[in-house]
Write a protein that binds this ligand. Sequence first.
Ligand SMILES: *Cc1c(COP(=O)(O)O)cnc(C)c1O
Length: 411
Amino acid sequence: MTLSGRRVLATGAKWLAEKGRGAQRRALPNMSAWRIPMLVPTLEGRTSEYLLECVETNFVSSIGPFVARFEDGLASLLGAPDALACASGTAALHLALVATGVGPGDEVMVSDLTFIASANAALYCGASVTLVDSEPATWNLDPELVIGELERRHRGNLPQPSAIVAVHLLGHPPDLANLLEAARAHGVPVIEDAAEALGAAWVQGPLDGVAAGAAGSLGCFSFNGNKLLTTGGGGALVAADRAVLDRARHLSTQARLSGIGSEHDEIGFNYRMSNLAAAVGLAQLERIETFLMKKRGIAARYDEALAGLDRVSLPPSAPWARRSAWLYTVLLDGRETRDRVLAALYNNGIESRPLWPPLHRQVPYKDAVRIGGAVADNLSDRALSLPSSVTLSPAEQDEVITVVRNAVSSR
Ligand SMILES: *Cc1c(COP(=O)(O)O)cnc(C)c1O
């Protein structure tokens, strides 16, 4: 029996009605209706102290010391010259494209398999989107497809895209070394959507030691509530070229000129991060090594427990990359098994989700030009994300593992 998405949701809703509300819910500090939620933040550390400092000093808006401290901390974590804190990851992506010069009529290549924000930013600029299929090894955009296309256009004297947005899906870096070289040769800037990959890095080859987000022309991060580091809502941008980041900074504050006159020299955005959000971000940043250690520990434990199970394949972990392990996602042997495991988890009060449909299956992108085949479709039909919160206890993880094991072997 194949469960439709609606049916699975109905199963989840039934569980919520019966058990999720009431006593269980009140007992949970994370306020989630799920007994074991998929991704919840932890605000351990100095969060309250820093927030109180904002209140007491009256610095709550985008002017205030925490914004600069958070930006400095991020830049040094990433080995980048500077960082720009933004209102969201989506704002960071939009600024990155505008600062790159992407405008109406331009073309941006984006991974087909990603969260929709990666591509929406191009449409905000009036550009069109060309979707690139995944490669099976990392689930990220296939570098060979992109390189082949750049070369084909070069030979045919056809226009090149104005930018390539390379996503680090689920915290695993794409195989970028050759792609960066080809893109540079053809004059195409590469923007990394590292929203899910703070703390990930390349550990071999030409990019050895480079942090995710710091290899291309610009790198974007998200600090939404479910990301590795949260500011409630927020994002950041880093750039190889300081002048490009300065321009993004200018655009993020309505392109307002310095000085006391309220003068603006172009059309900007209100995309700055508030001091309140940055205070939370700084407290989170002080815990980042612990968060990463916990995430990688959770991933290693799932890997060990699920390896060798019939019908289950583990998520990518290339030898040349160190994943952030933001969200642990397995592949089942097909949609039917995936939906069966999902329903079993729901029935046990355990939150899990399928991966997004590829963008070409989302309404705004159904007519987009595509490069490649059906790898993204296949991954999306089989993938299931499992609870991966930093606060997930070994006992809770064992429970998830037991439910997954029983569900895949039941027939
Ligand atoms: C979360 C996310 C974004 C958007 O970040 P927001 O802070 O939610 O705007 C963009 N791209 C990817 C891949 C993401 O996971």
